[in-house]
Write a protein that binds this ligand. Sequence first.
Ligand code: NAD
Length: 393
Amino acid sequence: MIIKPKVRGFICTTAHPLGCATNVSEQIHYVQQQDISGDGPKNVLILGCSTGYGLASRIVSAFGYGAATLGVMFEKPGTEKRTASAGYYNTLAFEAAASEKGLYARSLNLDAFSDEAKTEVIDAIKADMGKIDLVVYSLAAPRRQDPKTGEVYNSVLKPVGEAVTRKTLNTDSGEVSEITLEPAQQEEIDATIKVMGGEDWELWMEALDDAGVLADNVKTTAYTYIGKELTWPIYGHATIGKAKEDLDRAAQAITARLSSQYGGEARVSVLKALVTQASSAIPVMPLYISLLYRVMKEQGTHEGAIEQIYRLLVEELYNPNREPVLDEAGRVRVDLKELDDSVQRRVEELWHQVTTDNVKAISDFEGYQEEFFKLFGFGIAGVDYEAEVDPRG
Ligand code: NAD
């Protein structure tokens, strides 16, 4: 099959196995170039391991520290006629590279919110790994079925309190327009907290603890975004931000459980805004990210997922020379270059100026689009997109 991108709104419904494999090997290469000292995690469980920040976490753990990794993802395998999802191809490529290095890597394609996933993961840990010393919680999902009640909750991306009118960018057409987002009902806020809040993270840690598969000094981290004034109305102070606040509560509850028994701890880690499948679905974020990339590239501070996670694990969570730098809520901050006043001021100036006519000139919309296609394995140098490939990977 000859595979081309098919974009529908903010999602690409096809993916290219060779392009995805190239993305994975580029990230592995980045990590292998670094000089990492000190002990890192040895047995890592990554929930949401196949794309974005979770994939980067798996790559730094395996290729930076030689860790065995068990990953959970929710991806679509390919058939003779249909491509797999990008995360599926990424995972095949990761596993092949890990196996070449003699590193244990197993991936389970399961709904991480279910009890079955927890049971299968625990069985796999007992059979193959013994105990886990790092659990990365990197799920980004639009819905969750509560395993106890069977009720399905859908997250919404809406402001809280009052309607918000903001500029937004249609990433298909390049049109900049204004959208008004009506405020969420309380029920929608609660549903978003159910999906993207800390409850499932806690359920995972409880299940792993009860099964006796956590190692001494176990660490766990869940990822969040905070941002500043420009994104607060649609992120930080909106439904998704409310859900993310719940991670802080969960981190405390999990630490209380882990600290006396294992000397373990749970931390929320704050990461920068980045083009991923999850962020491209959030209204207004693509415009903010296009402007942010422009400014951070100009200032030489731009980072992608692998650079962010490298800093998180190597410089913060496993730095042999110092404890991680925490904010007032006990969160690890890797997002401070984005929040730097000079960056935010410049993004805001451009934000006021940006229109359909000048978006290409004053933002990094081109870089945004390149990154977006790259997520699905397209537009990558060295890949022959006219050649037949097996969509089963
Ligand atoms: P992503 O869409 O690239 O990855 C999501 C991962 O979750 C994938 O591996 C997917 O397979 C998995 N997944 C989704 N639903 C699942 C389910 N039901 N069961 C099992 N696996 C499932 O997203 P991302 O942007 O890397 O986001 C990961 C985390 O990082 C999220 O918590 C997000 O809020 C946070 N974060 C993202 C950004 C950003 O700008 N992208 C910034 C800061 C923090």
